[in-house]
Design a protein. Sequence first.
Length: 508
Amino acid sequence: MQSLNSRIALCRTTGRQLTPWLFLLVALAVFSLSPGGSQSLSESMALAEPPASEKTPNKTTPVAAEQEESLIIFPQSKWESSNVEISKSVEQPYVKTIRLTGKVSLNEDRISHVYPMVEGAVDKVGISLGDVVEANQQLIVIHSREVGVAKLELFQARLREEMAIVKDTLQKELATNTRELLTALRNWEDITEIQARLSDKNMGEFRERLLIAYSDYIKSQADMTRLEEAGDSGAVSGKQLLAARAKRNSDLAAFQARVEQIAYELETSLLSTSQAVRQANTEVAVATTSLRILGCDENEIADINPLDQGESISHYQIRAPFKGTVIAKDVTLGEQVRPDNQILTIADLSTVWIETDIFEKDIPLLALQKDAEILVTSEAWPGKTFAAQVFYTGEVMDESTRTVSMRAIAPNAEHMLKPGMFVTVQLQLKSAEDSVQVPSTAVQLHEGRHFVFVHQQGDQFVRRDVQLGRTDRNWSVVESGLTREDTVVTSGGFILKSKMLEELLAEE
C-alpha cells in the first residue's frame, strides 16, 4: 500500500491539467479507499516509517516562513462531525513504556545446593522431589564413622571435664579449711579448741601434718618452761635447761617450716586443679567445634550418650537451611555419598527473579530508574499481572545484541511464576527533566517535515513546524517549535492537512 504522500505525488505527476478542486477530490477518494483511512496521519506514518525515536531529527533543515505561518480556517461548527479535537501541549517528564520478553528464573540468593560434609552410607531419606520443607527439617540421615568417632571423643572429653571440675572443687574446699587451720595455729590458739572447732572440716593430710608439728612445739615449750621454773630453785642443771631450750627451738623451726610448706602446697595444688579444668574445657570446646564444622545440630551435640544411642551415635543429619522446595534430588537409600557429591537442591520459590535485556537506546532512561517497578504478564495466566522491583542493571553490554541485562525480584507466594517461564515485561522509563510534549496523534508529516496545527483563536489554525525528540505511540517530545502554552490539534488533523494541501495546489 502506497503512503498518502506517494499517492498525492502520483496525482501531481499524471494530472497537472486537473483543476485544484478536482485534484483535491481525487486525493480524498484515494485516501478514503485505502485501508485504515479513518486513522490519523501520524498513525499511518507509524506503520510506514520507522519510529521517530529511532530517527535522527534533521535540526539543520530550514523552516520556510510561508509554511510556518500558513493560516487555515475551519469552522467550529464542523469540528464535531470531523472529529477535530484540541488540547494544550504539556511540560512534564518524558515517560516511555517499553515491552520486552523476559524470563522467570530462580532467586539466586535463596537457593541451596546441598552437599554432605562427611563420607558415609545413606541410612534414611525423608523427602521426595517437589516436597516443600521447613527450615531445619531433617532431610537425610547418613551413617558416618567420622561423625561417630567425633561424638565419642566429645563424650570422653566431657567426662574428663566433669572429673577435673570435681577435683578442683574439692581442692578449693580443702584449701579453704586448711587456711583456717593455719590462721588458728599462727595465733597460737589452744589445740583442744582448734580440734573442737575444725574437726568436721575436710583438710586431708594437712590436718595431721600441721597438728603433729604444732603439738611437738607446744610440748617442748611446756617442758622448757617447767625446767626454767625448776632451775631457779637449783633443782635442774644448766645442761638440762639448755637441752630443753634447744628442743623447743628445733620444734618451733620445724612447725614454722611445716606451715610454710603446706601453704605452698595449697597454692600449687590449686593451680594444678584449675589448670586441669581449663585443659578439660578446651578439649570439650575442640571436640564440640569439630562436630559443628561437620554441620551437626546443637541439640544433637548436647544429647550425646553412647549408652542410650548405641550405633545411632554415628548418624549424621542433613537439615533444610530454610523453608523451600526440593527442586533436585540425587540420593537413594543405602547409597554411599562423599563431600563432593551434590545430593539435593532446595529453592525458596516465594520470590523469583525476572530477567530481561534492555536495548542500548533506552539505557540513559534506565539509569534514572533506581528500584523501578515493572509489570509482568504471562500467557499461562491471562488477565493476571505481577509486580516486580528492579534491583540490578548490568554494567557490561552484550556486543552481539547491544543490550544490557536487567533483573527484578517478584513476590511469588502462590508459585504461579515458574522458573524457566517466558513472560512479557512492561517497564515505564521516566526522564529526569521536564520537556514540552504533545500527543503523538498531533504530529503530521509533509515533505520530510514534522509539524502540528496550532489553534490560534475561533476558527483559525496555523501550521507550526517542530523538531521532535523522543517519540512513542502516546507522546512526542517537542525540542523546538512549541511552548507549553500552545494549543494543538490532537485529533482530526488530516482534515486540516487536506485544506492546507488544497490551498497549496490552488497557489500553483
